[in-house]
Design a protein around this ligand. Structure first.
Ligand code: 6GU
Length: 224
C-alpha cells in the first residue's frame, strides 16, 4: 500500500510517519508513505497557496491550482483508489472505514487547512471526505495522522502479533477487556484471580464477560 499525504504543514507529520507503527511498517516494506508540501506545487512567485474568499467572507482559502497540479503529478505516476479530503464536515471515520481503506493499493490524503480549500477541488477531484470526530481542529494533519495509523496497523504483517488487531476495541463492536502484567500484586492492587489460574476456557469467558460489561456501561450505543 502507498499513502500520499498533501499538506501545507508536512513538518507536522514528518516525525509521526517516521516513528511509531508507521515507521515499522515502512521498514518492513508493507507500506510507503510520502509527504508532499503543497507550496512546492504553486506557480505563485511568492509561494502562496491561499487567497481571500469570494463573497467577502472571513479567513483564507487554499487555491485550486497547487492542489490540482500536485494531484495531477501523482496521478501521472499511478492510479489512486481514493482521493481523501480531511474536513470536519466529512463522513465520520470509524473502524469499518479503516478496514476498508487498509485494502486499497494507493490513496491520497489531502489535508484541509485554514477556512478550507476552494470547493471546486472537492467537487471535481476528491472521492471521499472524512472527519475524525465532532470537534474542530486547526488543520487536517492530525486527522491524516490518526487515519494513517488506524489504516496501516490493519495491514497483515504490520503488527507482530496478528491477533492483537483482531481483538481491538471496536473490531467486533465490543470494547476490549482490561489487561494486566507483572507483578500480580502491586501495593495491594491485585490482578483478577482468574487470569492467574491458567484455565484457558474460563479466562476466555471472563474476557468476553468483561468486554460486554464495559461496552454496556461505557458505550451502550455500540450494542444497539
Ligand atoms: Cl478531518 N479536520 C479538521 N480541521 N477538524 C476536524 C477534522 C478534520 N475532524 C474532526 N475535526
Amino acid at each position: 500500500m502507498r499513502i500520499d499525504i498533501i499538506s501545507v504543514l508536512p513538518e507536522m507529520l514528518e516525525g509521526f510517519v517516521n516513528t511509531s507503527i508507521l515507521a515499522r511498517a515502512q521498514k518492513k516494506g508493507l507500506v510507503e508513505i510520502y509527504l508532499h508540501n503543497l507550496r512546492d506545487y504553486t506557480t505563485d512567485k511568492h509561494r502562496r497557496v491561499d487567497d481571500y474568499p469570494y463573497g467577502g467572507f472571513a479567513g483564507m482559502v487554499i487555491q485550486c491550482q497547487p492542489i490540482d497540479d500536485c494531484i495531477a503529478a501523482l496521478q501521472k505516476e499511478r492510479n489512486y483508489d481514493e482521493i481523501i479530503f480531511t474536513t470536519p464536515d466529512g463522513e465520520q471515520f470509524d473502524q469499518p472505514m479503516a478496514n476498508e481503506l487498509s485494502l486499497k493499493k494507493n490513496i491520497i490524503i489531502l489535508c484541509g487547512h485554514y477556512k478550507g480549500v476552494d470547493y471546486r477541488i472537492r467537487e471535481h477531484l476528491i472521492t471521499k471526505e472524512i472527519s475524525i470526530g465532532d470537534y474542530v481542529l486547526t488543520g487536517g494533519e492530525i486527522a491524516a495522522a490518526a487515519m494513517s495509523d488506524a489504516i496501516v496497523r490493519l495491514i497483515p504483517g504490520v503488527l507482530s502479533d496478528e491477533q492483537s488487531a483482531l481483538s481491538d476495541s471496536f473490531q467486533d463492536n465490543l470494547l476490549a477487556a482490561p489487561v494486566y502484567t507483572r507483578p500480580a500484586d502491586y501495593k495491594g492492587w491485585k490482578v483478577p484471580e482468574i487470569l492467574l489460574s491458567g484455565h484457558e476456557q474460563k479466562i476466555k469467558e471472563w474476557e468476553l464477560a468483561q468486554s460486554l460489561e464495559r461496552t454496556k456501561r461505557l458505550r451502550p450505543d455500540l450494542l444497539e
